[in-house]
Design a protein around this ligand. Structure first.
Ligand SMILES: Nc1ncnc2c1ncn2[C@@H]1O[C@H](COP(=O)(O)OP(=O)(O)O)[C@@H](O)[C@H]1O
Ligand SMILES: [Mg+2]
Length: 294
């Protein structure tokens, strides 16, 4: 008798190129792929039926774009006994730039110099001590939104002033040195402890290199040194499938500034020609079969 196909549920809240590619790759690989729109999910949290419903999902590949939907749906499913890639704590830790920075540093991953302040005045004082230019970021956010370069005290005071009237998340001032780097950064897609592929992301209309700002991508060779940093970075947040973002500093080599919990990989596939979705689905199927990976 042949064993049943491993079941992988792709949990999404927007059907982007990535989610379609995961679905198609999974089907090609003979995996029992279920596509579940998280926006339609109402999950019982108690009783036997609830646990059965969670186990019926098999291994869940978390793909929600919304940070809150992603972390909370993972919490619900994991709490009922489901295996979710990535686990809830990875979403929480990688999704917060301060938590991630502290964990990466502890794990020996090179990171930009950073500081945190809990009021506008304390932030300005910290910046006076460390100097300009600097970068201020929301602890939770993506696509470069609300990430600002602070060129001097006036610019900093203006940005901090604006933050005063916002949601309390923006009253936590997480700041980094402005890293002296080329007009690009590097995104490495990590799958099950290995680098699947990497791209350089060149700035478009902004000093930021997020693809959302209209930049361009180029294939980036992954050196052994880079892979070692990325393995440590993924491990630091317990990530199984993550995008590790790093900058090439002129004086200190590669510095990791972010680990993405539900990483985009469309441009990586396009410019590297590596079948990233198949690698991810094979890995998830391996977990569904109770192995460490495919
Ligand atoms: N310390 C820094 N020095 C120079 N550029 C930075 C620094 N931090 C971030 N950037 C640039 O800003 C972009 C967005 O920052 P990031 O921390 O990745 O936030 P987001 O989660 O919004 O993508 C990065 O891709 C990079 O190009
Ligand atoms: Mg980023």
């Amino acid at each position: 008798m042949t064993s049943p196909a491993p079941r992988v549920t792709v949990l999404y809240d927007a059907m982007r190129w990535e989610e379609k590619a995961l679905m198609e790759a999974g089907r090609r690989e003979g995996i029992d792929v279920r596509m579940v729109d998280c926006r339609g999910l109402a999950q019982e949290l108690d009783g036997r039926d609830a646990a059965d419903a969670a186990s019926a999902h098999g291994v869940v590949l978390q793909r929600c774009v919304s940070y809150y939907r992603s972390v909370h749906s993972t919490a619900a499913l994991e709490g009922l006994g489901a295996t979710v890639i990535n686990p809830m704590m990875t979403g929480v830790l990688a999704g917060n730039k301060l938590y991630a920075h502290m964990l990466l540093k502890k794990s020996g991953v090179p990171v930009p110099k950073a500081r945190v302040a809990f009021s506008r005045d304390a932030a300005l004082e910290a910046l006076d001590r460390t100097g300009y230019p600097a970068v201020i970021k929301p602890t939770v956010g993506s696509w470069g939104r609300m990430v600002s370069r602070l060129t001097g005290r006036d610019a900093a005071a203006g940005v901090l002033e604006g933050r005063e009237g916002m949601y309390p998340l923006y009253h936590v001032h997480y700041m980094e040195e402005f890293v002296d780097r080329p007009e690009r950064d590097i995104r490495v897609i990590m799958v099950g402890g290995r680098a699947a592929a990497a791209i350089y992301r060149y700035s478009g209309s902004s000093w930021k290199t997020n693809m959302a700002t209209g930049g361009r991508a180029e294939a980036c060779p992954v050196t052994a040194e880079m892979e070692e940093i990325c393995i440590k970075a993924a491990r630091a947040v317990g990530g199984e499938v993550v995008g590790v973002d790093m900058m090439e500093s002129r004086d200190r080599g590669h510095l990791v500034h972010e680990v993405n919990n539900t990483t985009e990989f469309k441009n990586t596939v396009r410019v590297c020609g590596v079948d990233v979705p198949a690698a991810i689905m094979r890995y998830a199927a391996g977990r569904a079969r109770g192995k460490d990976g495919a």
